[in-house]
Every structure is written in structure tokens, then in C-alpha cells.
Ligand binder design. Sequence first.
Ligand SMILES: Cc1cc2nc3c(=O)[nH]c(=O)nc-3n(C[C@H](O)[C@H](O)[C@H](O)COP(=O)(O)OP(=O)(O)OC[C@H]3O[C@@H](n4cnc5c(N)ncnc54)[C@H](O)[C@@H]3O)c2cc1C
Length: 823
Amino acid sequence: MTEQNYPASIPTQAQVVIIGGGVVGCSVAYHLAKLGWKDVVLLERSKLTAGTTWHAAGLVVSGGFGTETTINMAKYTRELYQRLGEETGQDTGYKAIGYLEVASNAERVEGLRRQADFARGYGIDVEQISPDEVKNLWPLLYTDDLLAGFFNPLDGRANPVDTTMALAKGARMGGVQILEDIPVTGILKDKGRVTGVVTTQGEIQAEYVVNCCGIWSREVGKMAGVNVPLQAAEHYYLITEPVEGLHPDLPVVEDPELYLYLREEVGGLMVGMFEPVSQPWGMNGIPEDFSFGEIPPNWDRLMPYLEKAMHRIPIAKEIGVHTLFCGPESFTPDMSPMMGEAPELRNFFIAAGFNSLGILLGGGVGQIIAQWIVDGYPPVDISSINIERMSPFRSNQRYLYDRTVEMLGWQYAEGWPNLHFESARGARRSPLHDRLAKAGAWFGESDGWEYADWYAPPGVEPDVEHSWQRQNWFEYNAAEHKAAREAVILMDLTPMSKFLIQGRDAQQILNYISARDVNVEIGRCVYTTWLNERGTIEADLTITRLAQDQYQVVSSWSIHTHVLTWLKRNTPPEAHVSITDLTSAYALINIQGPNSRQLLSKVTSADMSDQSFPHLTMQEIDIGYALVNALRITYLGELGWELYVPSEFSLHVYDCLLAAGDEFGLKHAGLQTLETLRMEKAFRDYGHDIDNLDTPQQAGLAFTVDADKPVDFIGKKAFLEHKDSGTPDRRLVQFLLEDPQPLLHGGEPIYYNGVRVGDIRTGAYGHTLGGAVGLGPITHAGGVNKDYLQAGKIEIEVVGVRYPARASLRPMYDPGNKKIKGG
Ligand SMILES: Cc1cc2nc3c(=O)[nH]c(=O)nc-3n(C[C@H](O)[C@H](O)[C@H](O)COP(=O)(O)OP(=O)(O)OC[C@H]3O[C@@H](n4cnc5c(N)ncnc54)[C@H](O)[C@@H]3O)c2cc1C
């Protein structure tokens, strides 16, 4: 322990306490200091880097993976590590030796090309090279079976310990106190807000606490009553004796097909592995004294993967092994980090779960968390990283164990469209699940929910054949799509989040939170956004008035916790309102299509005519022996109803609908069909094509705001300011490829008169429009409007080929909503 780290006593208060002195905690500290926050204390239970950071392989290879947010995090990190040595006098060891990813099958080449096309838009300089060029760069590689390499000359490697020390030094220079050998043993809180930490040396009162505890983050989260569902797993690399011809300037190599990465290490080879069947670790808790710890390696488990590695680097067969190293790293159930303010506790932030990329992302993580704390809101699109996406059940120990077995392999999995985890399945099922399975459903999974994605026809076993081209279910989806447009479909949307808001103040509270006026007559449904004070979108949802003092709020399940948290945080404690989560209480059966009225009329005594049952209204109707709440609404552009059925009646109602369905052409449809239909109608999906950075004007959702409503609401002022500033420079646009062949999966670059102006965020095949449809934002200084779109040549690039596309701000399918309004 150095003298400067050894306090006579610890401070009794600080503005921010950071727990954990790995690369992430030190980066948060550094960035808070950079933003001028000096009253910051970092507590480390052992020594800096003693957790996972000390043994990381130090790869800083951004390749082309991820989302805009993670790509920018990686890029920023790389730039930071390059300049930090000069700034602090402590070198990070960053070396821009380059990064080479190799591909030995055509589908992998296509996947990497798609990633590279996307990443280039964010300044990641990655180029496809030939196998001969791979050989020139890395003569010791076996390249005969390679089809291509993807090379990024600016990426490289850093020394994780030196990097952390440089961040710590920079933080100290900015006024942060870093204290080692001080474990945090408890979290102080009061009225839903963190107020400090308990340590072995006493308490520190604090306004903010940041949990950067790596594999310990789940335990530290528990101290605060906060859900941090991550699990440690073994991660291996092997270091050989020196090899002739190896030198430190050789690029880092990754071969995802063989689950390996390679780089030089003190004259020998470092061969790291992301094996497809991994081993969770620390199931009975992490040992107390686990500092600078190692896990005894299991040679037998690793041998098959090492043999595969030797195929790519044959010389390894002849060289002695110096070390087979195994250390624990934390993995999350969906392979994305968990960052941000805990939904359970105000001002308690988490930065954990980096899935073996903590060094690569560390700089960006610190920057985002620090900015988020200082500003009170995140500076980036947080859809894929927000801790709020994790449902409480994800902390279930058995679930985490079973899922984690698959997680290392995901690091190198081909990023196929519609790829789903295979482990820990079946956790959450709709009451209709078995019926849907019998009907031929292939199930996807999201947040534990099993959902019918598409249906195989009779006699066909539902299974996915992955491909970047049309997958085997393409035609089944086309038939479901056609049935929705021309007949009627049944779609199970039970996982949708459903909340009951009731009490004397329910209307007033919801009207303050919602951008639209929800003081409507009983039975009326309102589609609205929820805005924040900056006038950007927190959620989009439907709100139906059930009674004078009762509302049903429905959102997509991906923002379940966020909706609940936003609602609670914007409800004053004295308000007479109760919020109940009814998601599990109701099945949601979606009956949609031009024949939906006839079908429902057959099974109910209610009058389903347009006059008696107008669009965007809800009524209780009878179906069989059940009473269900029917809401006339659509998310796919047809006449249709959502049936909210008490769970115990759902099988009965389903059976009644099925029994009556044949004569109207009723067909089951899965969520792939929801996607192809809603894309044609350009209906937005929060967290996919719109996010927390978009204003309603940019998202094309200005109609979800009633700026003239008689009461004030969150975001009104900012909304009006945005409105006054005229046509937005960035707008979400709908695209249709003129060529019916190529597919859009998201991430494809958009060109306007040959200049890249954006990327497709979500893509699907428009079976009615006759080509691939995408939604993506275009940026143009001077405003994106109809005239601008019509004046230029629009093309979308799909794997290197630019295809002409139509672009529109109005939905291309049924722009006048004639189908929805029915008759
Ligand atoms: C073998 C291996 C190789 C890897 N290679 C790479 C790579 O090449 N590139 C890459 O990007 N990533 C790599 N990683 C992943 C990377 O090392 C981690 O993601 C990263 O180090 C995580 O940093 P952290 O700060 O979140 O966690 P840690 O480094 O584990 O830091 C957490 C700290 O919190 C402290 N702590 C815990 N509980 C308490 C408490 N109660 N009170 C106070 N302090 C506490 C711990 O002592 C620890 O020091 C690798 C991981 C492994 C296992």
C-alpha cells in the first residue's frame, strides 16, 4: 500500500462514493473529476485492479460489433487510452497494432461485412482484406481455408493495470480520493434514495453511490436491495513459450469460428478462448480473500478448443505452454452491460456486467456514467445498456447459471437476424403457450418470455435455419402477413406490460406524465408518448380510461420496469393513486384483419359495428363464458381488437375463437408478422427505431403530443421550443427497396445523393409493399422534410451494393388509415 492511499481515517461524507477500484471504477472517478466533481471517494476492498482487471488480456478491439452506443464507447476508450499517458504521466501501454478478424465461411463474411459497413459510419476504419493479405500481416496463421479478413489498423492492446493506474492518477489529479483496503459492507438509504455506504472503517454519507464491483456487483447490489443479475464464469487464455517470428507489433487476431483470439505476449503466443459451452464460477459466493485471484485451470475441458486453435496457428503444436490462465469475468443474461441508475434506488448507479469487454469499453463507461450523474440523464441511447431492462427474476441463481453456460460462446456467435438464446428457456410462458405450440409455433425469447415468432405449417417441424438471406420461415411469415391484410389473424401478445392506475388523482397524475390529454371519456384509449424535461421520449404507450378514477396503461415489455419506475418517480408521495402491475393477470389475444369484426361478431353478443364500437375505444364483451375487455386498436395497420382476457379464461376464449375462425380464414401469426406488418405502416417500436434521445418531432410522433391541453405536462416547454425551431435536422424516415430481392436487417447505411446520411435501425420484409422496408433516421442540416426526400437520390447499401429506395415520412401502407378506420 502506498503512503498516499493509506488514510488516517476515512472521510465521513462525499458527494459521490464509487465502490470498486477496477478499470471501470477508476474510469468513473476520472470522468467525474474531468467534469469538475472533486468531492469523490473511490473505495477498493483490496488493491486497485485486484478483481478482474489485473489479468485481462488487454484487447482493445472494436471491430464492428454492437450498437451505435457501444461502438462509440469503444472508439472513445481507444482514443482515451492513447492520450492518457501524456496527460497523467502514467502510460497505459496502448499500442495501435491493429485488429484482424478472420472468416472461413461465406455467411460469416457477410455478417462481418454488414458489421463493417455499419461501423464505418461511426468512424471505425475497418476494411475487408484477402486471405493473402491476412497471411502477409500474420505469416504464422494457417490461411488456406480462409475467405477473408477484416482489418482495423487503429485498434490494438493496452496494459489493463497500467491503464487503470493512469485513470486513477488522472482522477487523483482532479481531486478524487482513492482508498484501498476499505471494503464496503452495507448501503445506507432513506425514502428510496441512497444516502451513503457502510465500510469496515465507518460510514460515509454520500449523495450518489456507484457500484463498479465487477463480479461482486450482484452482492453489492443486494446490500442496497438492487437487482444486478450477473454471473461470473471462467475465462481462459494460454501463453506459450517464445515463438520465432512473433513480435509485439503483430495485430490482435480473432477467429470466431474457432472461438479464439491471438496476440503476442513476451515473445510467445497468447491464445484466448470464448468456448461455446462455458463454466459458471462462484456459485456459492466469491471467496472473501479473492484478490489477484486465479481459478485452477481445467485442461480436460479446454483441450478440444485448444486443438481447434492449433488449426489456425499450427506452430502452437510445437511450442511448450508457459501458462494456462483462468480468471473469472462477469456475464449478463443478454450479453449487454448493465449501466445507469437503479430503478429500485435513486442515485444508486451501476456500471457492471461487461461480458469480457470491460477494458475495451471502460473509458466510454466512465464517461457515460459520470455525465449521467452530473446531468441527471444519460448522454447516449441507453436502450441496450440500461439496467432497467433486467426483470427481477433474472437474478434467480439457477436461471443465471443455466444462461451463463451459453454466454462466452455468444461473444463470437454469428449475429444472425432473429438469433435467440437456447439456454434457460421456458421461464415465462403465456397461458396459451401449449396451444400455440400445438399450432406449430416456433418460439423466440425475450426477458424470459417465450413468444410465438412464426408458425410452421402442418407436418413441418418448427426450427430455424439461420442465414442472412431468406430464412426457412420466410414463406410462412408471408402467408401470416397476407392473412392479416386479407382475412384475420390471432396473435398472442400476452407479454405486453399492463398496469392499472387508480385513485382520486389518477387522471391528474397521468395527465402530467403523458404528452396527450388523457382526461377523456370512459372507454376511450389514447396513444401517447411520455416525455422528459428535455422533450425527448421516455416511452410510448396506450392509456385507456376504464372508469372516472381508473386507467389501463399498456407498453411493450422491453420497457416494463422503465414505465413503472417513471410512473412511480413522477407520482408525488401524497397523491391518491395506486399502481398495480397486471401483466400476469391478463392474456392479450390480438385479433386483427379485415375479417376480425365478423369473427368477433360470431363469438360475442356485443355489437362490433363501427358505430357501436369505434376505433380507439374499449368495451367489456362476452366471448363464450368469459367477459373480456376488447380494445379496438391496431399495431399492424388493420381493423382489429386487442382482447384483454383474465388469465384463467384465456384457453376457453382462445378455443372459442379457433372454433369460429375457419370460415373467416383465421390464421395464427407470430411476432415476425407483427414486425413485417408494423414496418409497412411505419409504426414505431421504442428501444429499436426510436429511443431516449429522440424528440417526438424527430421520431415523427408529434401527433402524440397535445401541446394545447389545458394542463401542464412533463416536457411541454421543451416540446414547444423544438417545435419553434422548425423542421428537425434529423428525422425517422421509412424506406422501401425498389429491388424485391435484398433484405434489411438493421444497420444498413443510407445514402442521399451518394453521401451517407444515416443507417437503417429496423428492417423487415414488406410482403404487401413488395420489398424490404426499413425505418432509420436521416440527418441533414437544413431539415429533413418531404421536399428534401424527393429532391435527392436515396440508396440503401446492403453488403456493399447500393440499392435505390423510396423514402417517405408518411406510412407507405394505407397512409390515410382507411383500413384501420374500417367501416
Ligand atoms: C481472462 C480474462 C481476459 C480478459 N481480457 C479482456 C480483454 O482483452 N479486453 C477486455 O476489454 N476485457 C477483457 N476481460 C474483461 C475485463 O477484464 C473486465 O471486464 C474488466 O476488468 C472489469 O472491470 P471492473 O472494473 O468492472 O471489475 P474489476 O476489475 O473486477 O473491479 C471491481 C473491483 O471492485 C472491488 N470490490 C468488490 N466488492 C467490493 C466492496 N464490497 N467494497 C469495495 N470494493 C469492492 C474488487 O476488489 C475489484 O477490485 C478479460 C477478463 C478475463 C477474465
